[in-house]
Each structure stands twice: as C-alpha cells, then as structure tokens.
Design a protein around this ligand. Structure first.
Ligand SMILES: C[S@@+](CC[C@H](N)C(=O)[O-])C[C@H]1O[C@@H](n2cnc3c(N)ncnc32)[C@H](O)[C@@H]1O
Length: 200
C-alpha cells in the first residue's frame, strides 16, 4: 500500500518549495542538458511531458517544438501557463487519458511517485505514446527486493524490472546519463539517471 495515495495532493501547498528548491533546479538543468541535444539530433517536433508540474522543463526546451504538458494538479498548471504562455498544458490523469503519436514522451520526477503495483503500467503508458522516450528514473541498487512506497513517497524499482517492462512494450534503451547516487536514511541505496528509449 502506498502511503501517499495521490501525489498531486501531497504537492499542493508545496508550490513555493517546488519553485525555489535548489536540488530541484539542478535536476531540471541535468534533465534539459540530456534531452535538448536528443531533440536536435533526432529532429523531434511533437513532445508530450507527463507530470509537467509548473513548467520548468517546458520553459527550457527549444521554442520551435510542438509541446503539450500533462499534469493533474491545477495549481501547478496555472503557474506553468504563466511561465510558458505559448505552450499547451492539460489537466489529465495519465491513467485516464491516452496520448499517442508523439515523437518524444518525457517524464522527469514522475514515475517514482506511483505505487509499485501500478508502476509497470505507468512506464508502459509513458513510453508507448511516442517513438522516443526520455525518463528520469530512480533505480534501486540495494536492497534489491525492497517493497517500498509505504514509508516514503517514492517507489524504487530494480534495473531488471525496468528492462523487462521496456522490452515487453517493444522499446530498447539507447543512451543513459547518471546524475547521482545516494543512500536514503531508510537504508535505500539508489541512483538517479535519465534514460533514452527508442521503439525497436
Ligand atoms: C515531482 S512532480 C514532477 C516534477 C516535474 N516534472 C518538474 O520538472 O518539476 C510530480 C508531478 O506529477 C503529477 N502527477 C502525479 N500523479 C499524476 C497523474 N496520475 N497524472 C498526471 N500527473 C500526475 C503531480 O501533480 C506533480 O506535478
């Protein structure tokens, strides 16, 4: 059972923290430094971002792309629309609305917020909406069999599990950038990275 049943509620009230937190800002920069060269190299035009929050990633992307941001927190979306007036932001729950036909789908700081019971399905929804996907992932290095999501609002999955999900969805990993490794106080050894996936 996941402690935080609805992560959007968890974040509401936390907007100032989200906007000013240095750790979050560094994360956006890392992610954009990885994704923007991919957009250029693959001549990506149509992009969907899941869990776009207040539009930080959207703001740092090339202006010419056809972008849609998806989130279920209206408070965050209002801020995103102020920040990027030329972009489209939609209030949807990823579990209820199907987006298809994009060149690139992205999710940064998003997948880890779902419960372990649904995380495979969420990854599948995100990646199968586009030919290429860039996912921010937090992988569990140790302990490998931890059933988390109960005491902390992040779920950690193993590399093996992730590889199985993307293979079954018909995708392969073609590039990866490691951002950091860390030991969480709950004795979880994990690492943050972005991965590029491509339809086989
Ligand atoms: C940690 S924040 C994402 C950070 C964001 N990508 C950024 O760059 O700042 C997680 C976001 O996912 C959104 N979210 C959570 N569950 C969702 C769902 N089922 N459908 C759509 N958005 C969801 C939350 O509202 C929140 O904005």
């Amino acid at each position: 059972m996941k402690k935080f049943a609805d992560i959007s509620e968890y974040y509401t009230g936390d907007l100032a923290v989200h906007e000013e937190n240095e750790w979050i800002k560094v994360g956006h920069k890392h992610f954009l430094d990885f994704v923007n060269p991919i957009i250029e190299a693959y001549e990506i035009m149509k992009v969907v971002e899941y869990g776009c929050a207040t539009g930080h990633v959207a703001f740092g992307m090339p202006p010419h792309i056809d972008y849609v941001g998806v989130d279920r927190n209206n408070w965050f979306l209002e801020k995103a629309r102020e920040r990027c007036q030329e972009r489209i932001f939609m209030n949807c729950d990823i579990r209820d609305t199907k987006f298809t036909g994009y060149d690139l789908s992205m999710a940064w700081g998003f997948i880890k917020h779902f419960g372990l019971h649904e995380i495979d399905e969420i990854i599948d929804i995100v990646i199968s909406s586009a030919r290429y996907s860039v996912l921010g992932m937090q992988f569990l290095a140790h302990p490998a069999d931890l059933d988390d999501g109960t005491a902390y609002h992040h779920s950690w999955i193993s590399e093996e599990r992730f590889a199985g999900v993307i293979d079954r969805a018909g995708y392969k990993e073609t590039s990866r950038q490691l951002f950091s490794t860390f030991m969480h106080p709950l004795n979880i050894h994990a690492y943050d990275c972005a991965v590029l996936l491509e339809r086989k």
